[in-house]
Design a protein around this ligand. Structure first.
Ligand SMILES: [Zn+2]
Length: 481
């Protein structure tokens, strides 16, 4: 990190604490927790939950202050209320093409789970502050492209964080296919509406642990990917080589991996996947494993989409557990700090330790696949696969028996990502997901290939490569000139 970026970060931190002091404490009255603090040990020193506006401003300022390491992007679809959704890419030389493996972290699929935005934001600052001074952190940003979307459900977060509908979980969809106003979403009469965004992903959509009834707390939506907020996530996962993904939630003290629904098989590469889950369980001192075994069932979740489409090792953290009543999903801020570091109320249970484990797992080539591509400088390389995925056999109603299900819906998923071979180079190391896709029907892989294409000045050359997790293979595209 340069002296200039340090000054930029320091300048921002002063600003940010001024904002939080003005915004006041979010300590709920009568909560039997510690008294409000003046500043904290978090990377930003924050002591209160951010508003959506504060988060969006910080993402913009971080990108401006760190142009070599941070790039802000807007996701392709506006929310149901027409709001922009932003994310950050963070790595050394962020504007250069590279074949680095990608780690995606999200917060706030569920509106009232405020700590998940805080944990994601503080991890961003943590990475940037320690990069350049702590060799372990410097290696993370040298080897991995980290992508964060701190608030997936921007409308719902505003409804909950403003206390208009404090316990809102879902997005702002009031009626299928229609776009409501802010007032309609906030109308008390519409409290029992919205789509549960972590039930709206297409893979295994419409199965166990999701409500068909639009009034249900876990309503799956009118169709797979019906919600723009989840179209955003689908496209993000399909356009990057996301080898590891984490969806942050509160409040149930679990590390979750697929299967999340009863309809799923034991995953084909359960051994490396579960080994990582158990190490994370150790970092957090929580039970770790498949949802139906240690939690409840859920279909149409982010980890189902990521794992069955691309082989991404995808997880859910259920952070900041064991708080009473109204504050269950967003306890006083001191619990966010304790959860981040594994101190105070959560001795030895550190989300930060889990994030370090995950970003280092993303860097580990034994857990994904590597292509050693020979190609001319300046050429565009594209890796592509078209696959057919399925929902669950569809439950017809929340009360209907399993025997009356409708057939699963099949849908095509394109996976495409690309890079440009750097000037002066004739070779790129590209960290990718395995081409061998885990079956949705049994403990086995579907033998599929990546098509890797090189194109430069009107010439193209393609090869198909079948590659498994942990393998490295050469790809010769040197004739595309
Ligand atoms: Zn949640």
């Amino acid at each position: 990190m340069t002296a200039r970026t340090l000054v930029a970060i320091a300048g921002f931190l002063i600003c940010s604490s001024a904002v939080s002091a003005q915004g006041g404490q979010q300590q709920p009255l009568g909560f039997p927790g510690p008294a409000p603090m003046a500043s904290s040990s978090l990377p930003t020193g924050r002591v209160s939950y951010r508003t959506l506006n504060e988060i969006n401003n910080e993402l913009e300022r971080l990108a401006k202050a760190n142009p070599d390491r941070v790039k802000r992007f807007e996701l392709p679809h506006k929310s149901v209320l027409g709001q922009s959704v932003y994310g950050l890419e963070i790595t050394h030389n962020v504007n250069a093409s590279s074949g680095k493996p990608v780690f995606v972290m999200t917060g706030v699929h569920h509106a009232r789970e405020w700590p998940t935005a805080e944990l994601t934001m503080e991890w961003i600052y943590d990475l940037l502050k320690n990069d350049g001074s702590d060799p372990r952190f410097t290696a993370m940003l040298e080897k991995v492209r980290f992508i964060a979307v701190p608030v997936v459900n921007v409308d719902g977060y505003e409804m909950s964080r403003s206390m208009l509908i404090e316990q809102k979980r879902r997005n702002c969809r009031v009626e299928a296919g229609k776009f409501p106003t802010f007032a309609e979403c906030g109308n008390p009469a519409n409290r029992a509406t919205g789509v549960d965004l972590n039930r709206n992903y297409g893979v295994f959509w419409g199965g166990s642990g999701a409500n068909v009834n639009p009034a249900g707390d876990s309503h799956r939506g009118a169709a797979p990917f019906s919600e723009p907020e989840i179209q955003n996530m689908r496209e993000l996962l399909a356009s990057n080589q996301v080898v590891v993904a984490l969806s942050n939630h509160t409040p149930d003290a679990k590390v979750l991996r697929v299967p999340s629904a009863n309809e799923e098989p034991v995953p084909a590469d359960v051994v490396p996947y579960d080994s990582l889950a158990q190490l994370l369980g150790g970092d957090l001192k929580w039970a770790a494993g498949p949802w139906p075994k240690i939690y409840y069932t859920a279909s149409g979740t982010m980890e189902e989409q990521a794992y069955y489409s691309a082989g991404t090792l995808a997880f859910t953290f259920e952070n900041a557990p064991n708080q009473p009543g109204t504050w269950r999903f967003h306890p006083p801020y001191s619990f966010v700090i304790d959860q981040y570091f594994g101190t105070g109320a959560y001795p030895g249970s550190s989300s930060r330790a889990g994030y370090i484990r995950l970003i280092e797992a993303a860097a580990d080539p034994r857990l994904h696949s590597v292509l050693e591509v020979k190609a001319p400088a300046g050429a565009t390389l594209t890796i592509h696969k078209s696959e057919v995925l399925e929902t669950s056999p569809l439950l017809k109603s929340d009360a209907a028996a399993d025997s009356t299900r409708d057939a699963a819906i099949k849908f095509t998923q394109e996976l495409t990502s690309s890079l440009v071979v750097p000037k002066g180079a004739d070779h790129v190391t590209w960290h990718v997901n395995p081409s061998m896709r885990p079956s949705q029907h049994g403990t086995e892989f579907i033998r599929e290939a990546w098509t890797v294409t090189c194109s430069t000045s009107g010439r193209t050359q393609s090869v198909d490569i079948v590659i498994a997790r942990g393998e490295t293979k050469p790809v010769d595209l040197s004739r595309c000139r």
